[in-house]
Design a protein around this ligand. Structure first.
Ligand SMILES: [Ca+2]
Length: 135
């Protein structure tokens, strides 16, 4: 019985490694949010989805301080680039403030910004979201 649960555990880890592990990639090229999305979909999987604090700090370590970096979040309701709803959010002070009603996309410091503004960005790669492992 113990052996079968060990086998189940290894099966889980193998699937996570083979198909589901999400990796973040920093792209140091200025693009609008939708151009960044196109780039990420062509070369990786999509603009970054940040679904928990661990992923958020992983992304923080990849990017220069004080630089605005697109992630895959947009309004409204707040959704990820692949249209899945966003459960994890870590808004900066007084954000989202939708200045002049034109801030519909989100930067990594958790501020909403004008989608047409050029920023560097973060893609992610990996087939699926981590949460789909339970299927
Ligand atoms: Ca804002």
């Amino acid at each position: 019985e113990q052996q079968s649960s060990v086998r189940a555990l290894f099966g889980f880890v193998a699937r996570l490694t083979a198909h589901n592990l999400k990796q973040f990639v920093f792209i140091a090229t200025l693009k609008t949010w939708s151009s960044a999305q196109t780039y990420c979909r062509m070369h990786h999987t999509d603009l970054a989805m940040i679904e928990n604090e661990a992923e958020n700090s992983e992304v923080r370590h990849l990017i220069p301080v004080e630089v605005h970096v697109w992630i895959g979040l947009y309004r409204v309701p707040w959704s990820w680039s692949d249209k899945s709803p966003s459960r994890f959010q870590l808004w900066g002070f007084s954000e989202p403030n939708n200045v002049e009603g034109i801030q519909h996309c989100v930067c990594e410091n958790w501020s909403d910004a004008n989608c047409d503004a050029p920023h560097v960005f973060i893609c992610h790669q990996g087939d699926q979201k981590r949460s789909s492992v339970k299927n």
